[in-house]
Design a protein around this ligand. Structure first.
Ligand code: PEP
Length: 263
């Protein structure tokens, strides 16, 4: 029984004012879903405080888009897990393909960030995904499972329940080209199978595996209806309140098997 999770990755869009305005628009639109779906927004760091204030117990949680593994030190440009907790973040996206491709983050670095974030009390959303070249070369399984193993190294079966994995095929991010529900389910099934082998049945059954890559209101229901897709990581569509709300509402209506209880 997995409760759906829908997280919005705002990337480098919206500052404090714009972020608070989006939340004011969003909250009434998702009010019917937050009892059954974990809805999370992940603004840029600078907007976290204003967005936290705007959320004000409205049933939507706050996340960040990255964090360092240390709590303090000479790490110019980085943010510590404790700083995110201090502005009411509960979640943090780690290993997004843009971090990997544009900023050189490796699986080992993502793992250090995930371990540090988790130890501090944040819930990591660990992103993995293959490029088009890797898919065309028939390397999806190899790439995805390698990223998964290395990124989650050191986690215990019990800890895994608080983590989410996001499968985001790089070729589907921001391109308007979504994986078909069958393509996505096939990879989600592989991921859950590997988690079962590594961490056991009980942990593999509770961890949420999100799909990300051009999820929109008109394709969300079919994707979320797949057996191993437990929600989504949403980029572009999370910047429009009506679209993000429609996606969260699709998660509620298609994941009827999920429990009301927070994992
Ligand atoms: C993302 O950035 O994680 C993402 C999935 O973006 P988009 O929904 O715009 O493809």
């Amino acid at each position: 029984m997995r409760r759906p999770l829908v997280a919005g990755n705002w990337k480098m869009s919206l500052g404090p004012e714009g972020g608070a305005a989006l939340i004011a628009e969003l909250l009434p639109l998702v009010a019917d879903s937050t009892g059954a779906v974990d809805v999370v927004v992940c603004p840029p760091y600078l907007a976290l405080g204003a967005v936290a204030a705007a959320l004000d117990g409205g049933g939507v949680s706050l996340g960040a888009q990255n964090c360092h593994w240390e709590e303090a030190g000479a790490f110019t440009g980085e943010i510590a897990p404790g700083m995110l907790l201090a502005v009411a973040c509960q979640w943090v996206i780690l290993g997004h393909s843009e971090r990997r491709q544009l900023f050189g983050e490796s699986d080992e670095g993502v793992n250090r960030r995930a371990v540090g974030a988790f130890a501090a009390g944040l819930r990591p959303i660990v992103c993995i995904g293959e490029t088009l070249e890797e898919r065309d070369a028939g390397r999806v399984e190899d790439v995805i499972l390698g990223q998964l193993d290395r990124s989650l190294q050191g986690f215990t079966a019990e800890q895994l329940a608080s983590v989410a994995v996001a499968y985001e095929p790089v070729w589907a991010i921001g391109t308007g080209r979504t994986a078909t529900p069958e393509q996505a389910q096939q990879v989600h099934g592989l991921i859950r199978g590997r988690l079962r082998d590594s961490f056991g049945d009980a942990s593999a059954e509770v961890i949420r595996i999100l799909y990300g890559g051009s999820v929109k209101p008109d394709n969300a229901a079919e994707l979320f209806g797949q057996a191993d897709i437990d929600g989504g990581l949403i980029g572009g569509a999370s910047l429009k309140a009506a679209d993000f709300a429609a996606i969260a509402n699709a998660a509620r209506s298609t994941c009827g098997c999920h429990s009301e209880q927070e994992i």
